[in-house]
Write a protein that binds this ligand. Structure first.
Ligand SMILES: *[C@@H]1O[C@H](CO)[C@@H](O)[C@H](O)[C@H]1NC(C)=O
Ligand SMILES: *[C@@H]1O[C@H](CO)[C@@H](O)[C@H](O)[C@H]1NC(C)=O
Ligand SMILES: *[C@@H]1O[C@H](CO)[C@@H](O)[C@H](O)[C@H]1NC(C)=O
Ligand SMILES: *[C@@H]1O[C@H](CO)[C@@H](O)[C@H](O)[C@H]1NC(C)=O
Ligand SMILES: *[C@@H]1O[C@H](CO)[C@@H](O)[C@H](O)[C@H]1NC(C)=O
Ligand SMILES: *[C@@H]1O[C@H](CO)[C@@H](O)[C@H](O)[C@H]1NC(C)=O
Ligand SMILES: *[C@@H]1O[C@H](CO)[C@@H](O)[C@H](O)[C@H]1NC(C)=O
Ligand SMILES: *[C@@H]1O[C@H](CO)[C@@H](O)[C@H](O)[C@H]1NC(C)=O
Ligand SMILES: *[C@@H]1O[C@H](CO)[C@@H](O)[C@H](O)[C@H]1NC(C)=O
Ligand SMILES: CC(=O)N[C@H]1CO[C@H](CO)[C@@H](O)[C@@H]1O
Length: 643
């Protein structure tokens, strides 16, 4: 297996050198295409057109070309979804067909999956499954299957990034296939904490000792190859065993290889984006004006006026200076290792690894692992431990007037949720992407009992009023108490329904806020619960499906109608089409209309349908990080920001 992986990588690098396009013919799914054949990046011959950094004043040519293929492919799934939505006295199918060649009218749909550890992965998985027409039962009456097929973008961060990364890493498979796993694979085996390693040997895992020694070897190899390592390296490697169904968790898998995945390349999937936050050294207080850095299969960078540039994902690791690789600089590939990207977006969980070293002999973690963690902690002392070090910094010398990292050898990136924006909205509110509606799936742990209270939306709204917004706009959202008192945290709520709010400025997408809520199980497990029993995993994913469909239209008989109205809202407005009466009724019910109630709330959410687990095993047993030994700072972060 290992041999063929490196052989494949070798062949594809030869083909890649021969010209663009050929590598795609060979690897028809996300693939182990790192030129080293393993975890470290490696030098490659520069392509004839040397990679450069570009300004963020447009979408990349690659994304624009891809969109030209994608948008038409969303039309039929959208018609199927809207037909099921069955808006009375309105011919949605006719409306779409009449405009089928005009993509400034056809709804442009985004899905944004929040962070929040395994809770966010599983609740988000329930939403994605319900939205995916390939899932059994997703296209019956009262169901929203096909929303995923009708979507253009899917953005994710931290625990949400684990979900989306895992789907795309595994040949764009379904949630149900990942959920059920397969013998010999540790994919989605959340009953085994990654802190303990997999507990049975299989094709994709050696054994527990092999797990740890491979992990340490990978990190050592990257360092020996001349690249800085941080705790995010072992963290990302450990995560990968559960997220990437390949030998050793796919050490050579890259994010950019998704561009060659057959279905992505044919625009049969939405465009995946993983979100992180930039933090300059010494800048310990993350604020909303820290750059939001996105990773997609083509590019990594930011639209923020902080360095306002994008680097080619495939050539991250190359020696860029002032936006170019000079004649003596090397081209490098493989730094965009997929687990490292997912680990970067969830770097807060680096503390899980530190926790290991603090567990004083209770753990069975080999000394070699403890030594590795301690070694890394020493080399980056002075810097916080929850960071990912990206070195060389692709934006070195780039846009020096606005880029506070212009003189830095490394770019420090952290967990996408750490500046409070725990829903990855920045990529999908960029005017250039022209998204009309975003399903914002929020699994944040804002309240005392780990339910969301709108904090993430408020952060994005606040950011939209600062200089860093750089032309992005966002609807107003009320305070946390109002969210709870009006039940905006219990049912899907629309923000930005009335476009007059934007006073003639850029109209951002309608936000369909989909909060994690207890339909059939208390899906509010702790962000730091690091393992989940099989039964609980099934139930949280099922609860997420109920959250997405309002209990398959049982809680609200016309939710699929209202969802259809939300999808069409901006298009109806732009074309001056009369809003169907049924949609007005939906908007009355689901749009936040400006009412506030900031009285101190008293209650945490109660079951919306019923406690499906009441008659079954009541124990939510799992390995939770012992907060007692976490530093105060982490505890505060966890309580305040995390998600
Ligand atoms: C990926 O999935 C597609 C569709 O299910 C299938 O046709 C193809 O064989 C799969 N490719 C790999 C490499 O597993
Ligand atoms: C994992 O990969 C193996 C080997 O390619 C495959 O047989 C199995 O179906 C995969 N499992 C999942 C859950 O995708
Ligand atoms: C970012 O915001 C913080 C306060 O929230 C402020 O101190 C800092 O100057 C701001 N940075 C920039 C570059 O505007
Ligand atoms: C070219 O780039 C390399 C690596 O960034 C650097 O060490 C070297 O000084 C640069 N040479 C020139 C002439 O700028
Ligand atoms: C809302 O969430 C924030 C953290 O995200 C928390 O500080 C605040 O106490 C919460 N308020 C309520 C009423 O739940
Ligand atoms: C989940 O929420 C319920 C109330 O909605 C609460 O009783 C329970 O303690 C919460 N679970 C956790 C782990 O906080
Ligand atoms: C909704 O449908 C899903 C998928 O079939 C199922 O798992 C779930 O239990 C249903 N919810 C309710 C409330 O019946
Ligand atoms: C597309 O629709 C917009 C909005 O209705 C309209 O202004 C534009 O003229 C249409 N373009 C074409 C080519 O029909
Ligand atoms: C606004 O919403 C509140 C409840 O959220 C409702 O009581 C009120 O009647 C609504 N106002 C209007 C003008 O629709
Ligand atoms: C729309 C807008 O304000 N764009 C600005 C974003 O930031 C860059 C870099 O500062 C400016 O050049 C753009 O004009």
């Amino acid at each position: 297996m290992l041999l063929s992986a490196s052989l494949l990588a070798f062949v594809s690098s030869v083909l890649a050198a021969a010209g663009p396009g050929h590598a795609g013919e060979l690897s028809r799914r996300a693939a182990p295409d790192s030129p080293s054949g393993s975890y470290p990046p490696a030098n490659v011959d520069c392509p004839s057109t040397r990679p450069t950094i570009r300004a963020a004043d447009s979408l990349s040519q690659a994304e624009r070309d891809w969109l030209r293929e994608r948008r038409p492919k969303t039309v039929q799934p959208m018609i199927d979804l809207l037909r099921r939505g069955n808006i009375p006295d309105f011919d949605a199918e006719g409306f779409i067909n009449n405009h089928a060649n005009n993509f400034s009218v056809i709804p442009n749909i985004g899905i944004a999956v929040s962070g929040g550890g395994y809770r966010a992965l599983m609740n988000g998985a329930g939403f994605i499954a319900a939205a995916d027409s390939r899932e059994a039962g997703s296209t019956g009456a009262g169901q929203i299957g096909g929303l995923l097929q009708a979507a253009t973008y899917v953005s994710a961060l931290s625990g949400g990034g684990w979900l989306v990364g895992s789907i795309y890493a595994n040949n764009y498979t379904t949630v149900t296939r990942l959920r059920d796993g397969s013998p010999d694979s540790s994919v989605w085996k959340f009953e085994d904490s990654i802190l303990g390693g997999p507990d049975e040997p299989g094709v994709s895992i050696l054994n527990t000792a092999g797990y740890w020694s491979d992990l340490v070897d990978n990190v050592d190899d990257k360092r020996d190859a001349g690249y800085a390592v941080s705790l995010t390296d072992p963290w990302g490697r450990a995560l990968s065993y559960q997220l990437i169904n390949a030998t050793q968790g796919g050490p050579a898998y890259t994010l950019s290889s998704i561009a060659n995945d057959e279905r992505f390349a044919n625009a049969d999937t939405p465009f995946p984006i993983i979100v992180t936050v930039e933090r300059a050294p010494g800048n310990d207080n993350l604020a909303l004006n820290n750059s939001v850095v996105e990773f997609n299969p083509y590019e990594m960078g930011t639209f923020d006026p902080t360095f306002y540039g994008f680097a080619p994902t495939r050539y991250l690791g190359s020696q860029f200076n002032r936006g170019e690789i000079n004649s003596t600089g090397h081209c490098v590939r493989g730094l965009d290792q997929l687990g490292f990207v997912m680990g970067t977006s969830s770097s807060l969980f680096n503390y899980a690894l530190i926790e290991l070293t603090n567990s004083n002999g209770e753990s069975e973690v080999p000394t070699v692992v403890l030594n590795m963690v301690e070694g890394i902690l020493e080399t980056i002392s002075g810097e916080s431990n929850d960071v990912a070090v990206w070195e060389p910094n692709p934006f070195r010398g780039y846009h020096p007037g606005i880029n506070r990292n212009a003189n830095r050898e490394s770019l420090i990136l952290v967990d996408g949720g750490m500046a409070l924006e725990n829903i990855p909205l920045q990529p999908v509110i960029q005017p250039m992407r022209a998204v009309d509606v975003v399903f914002a799936v929020d699994s944040s742990a804002d309240t005392e009992y780990y339910w969301p209270n709108g904090t993430a939306l408020r952060a994005t709204y606040e950011r939209s009023k600062q200089d860093v917004a750089n032309g992005t706009n966002f609807p107003a959202v009320p305070g946390a108490n109002t969210f709870i008192n009006l039940g905006l945290n219990r049912r899907p709520t629309f923000f930005g329904c009335d476009v007059s709010e934007f006073r003639g400025g850029h109209v951002p997408p309608l936000i369909v806020y989909v909060p994690n809520a207890p339909y059939t199980i208390n899906s509010n497990i702790s962000t730091f619960q690091m393992s989940t029993e099989v039964e609980e995993k099934l139930r949280i994913i099922q609860n997420g499906w109920n959250v997405a469909t309002m209990g398959n239209d049982t809680v609200e008989s016309d939710w699929t109608t209202c969802l259809s109205c939300a999808v069409l809202s901006r298009s109806l407005q732009r074309t001056g089409t009369t809003i169907p009466a049924a949609c007005n009724t939906c908007f009355q019910r689901h749009c936040w209309n400006g009412t506030e109630n900031e009285a101190t709330p008293t209650a945490e959410p109660t079951f919306i349908i019923g406690d499906a687990a009441a008659t079954a095993n009541p124990q939510n047993a799992g390995v939770t990080l012992r907060t007692s030994s976490m530093s105060l700072a982490v505890a505060v972060l966890a309580a305040l920001f995390l998600a």
